[in-house]
Design a protein around this ligand. Structure first.
Ligand code: AP5
Length: 216
C-alpha cells in the first residue's frame, strides 16, 4: 500500500493517514508535520520554511522534495507508506515519480478527499493540536476529554498559527492555484480514487478500507 492523500487544507488527510498507518502499521510521511518540527527545532530548513508556512504559501520545492526523498530512503518502501501533504504541485509530483520509478516502487493509489469550502473553514477554525505530541482535535467534531488538554499525553492544546482566518484563506487560494492540478495529473495515470472528505471520519475510513479490499 503506497498511497498519497490529496485534498484541500482541512480535508482530513492527517486524520485519515493517522488512522490508516496505525491500523496497517505503515510509515506516515506528512510534510506539514515534518516542516513544523523543523521550525520548532530551528534547523536551517525550519528557519527557511517558517515564513512560507506562516503566510500559507508553499515552501520551495527543492526543500520539501529532498525532505521526502530522505524519509523514503530510510524506510522499507516494499512494505508501503502513506504520503500526506506531498506532492503539492506538478513539479513535486514529477520529482516523486522519478524517485519512485528509479526504486521500482510506484504509487498504487492517490486518495482525493473532495471537500466543500464551508467544511474546510469549520474544521480549520476549530482545530486544536497538542503542542507536544501533535495529536489532532476539534473543539466540536473531535473534542478532547478535558478542554484544552491532550487526551494522549496531557500537554496543552493550541491553535496552529496558520489556522487563523487570513492564512486559511490564503491556503485555500494556493490549493486552488497549484495543488488542484494534481487531480487531473493522477486521474490520467488511472490511480485516482475520489472519496468525499465531508463525511464523518469513520465513514471516510470505512470507504478507504473497502477500496483497499475491493479496489472500488
Ligand atoms: P499541512 O500541515 O500539510 O497543512 P494542510 O495541507 O493545509 O492540511 P491540514 O493539516 O490543515 O489539514 P488535513 O487535511 O490534514 O486535515 P486534518 O486531518 O488535520 O501543511 C502546512 C503548511 O506546510 C503548508 O501551508 C505549506 O506552507 C507547508 N507545506 C506542507 N507540505 C508542503 C509541500 N508538499 N510543499 C510545500 N509546502 C508544504 O483535519 C482538520 C480538522 O478537522 C481537525 O481538527 C480534525 O480533527 C477535523 N476532522 C478531520 N476529518 C474530519 C471528519 N471527517 N469529520 C469531522 N472532523 C474532521
Amino acid at each position: 500500500m503506497r498511497w498519497i492523500l490529496l485534498g484541500p487544507p482541512g480535508a482530513g488527510k492527517g486524520t485519515q493517514a493517522a488512522l490508516l498507518t496505525k491500523k496497517f502499521n505503515l510509515p506516515h510521511i506528512a510534510t506539514g508535520d515534518l516542516l513544523r518540527q523543523a521550525v520548532r527545532e530551528q534547523t536551517p530548513l525550519g528557519l527557511e520554511a517558517k515564513s512560507y508556512i506562516d503566510k500559507g504559501e508553499l515552501v520551495p520545492d527543492n526543500l520539501v522534495t529532498n525532505l521526502v526523498k530522505d524519509k523514503l530512503s530510510n524506510i522499507d518502501m516494499e512494505k508501503g507508506f502513506i504520503l500526506d501533504g506531498f506532492p503539492r504541485n506538478i513539479s513535486q509530483a514529477e520529482s516523486l515519480d522519478i524517485f519512485l520509478d528509479n526504486n521500482h516502487k510506484p504509487i498504487d493509489a492517490v486518495i482525493y478527499l473532495a471537500t466543500e469550502e464551508q467544511t474546510i473553514i469549520q474544521r480549520l477554525s476549530g482545530r486544536r493540536v497538542c503542542q507536544s505530541c501533535e495529536a489532532n482535535f476539534h473543539i466540536k467534531n473531535v473534542p478532547p476529554k478535558k478542554e484544552g488538554i491532550c487526551d494522549y499525553c496531557g500537554a496543552k492544546l493550541i491553535q496552529r498559527d496558520d489556522d487563523k482566518p487570513q492564512t486559511i484563506k490564503n491556503r485555500i487560494k494556493i490549493y486552488n492555484q497549484k495543488t488542484k492540478d494534481l487531480i487531473e495529473y493522477y486521474n490520467k495515470k488511472n490511480i485516482l480514487k475520489q472519496v468525499s472528505g465531508d463525511l464523518e471520519s469513520d465513514k471516510v475510513l470505512a470507504l478507504l478500507q473497502n477500496f483497499l479490499k475491493t479496489g472500488r
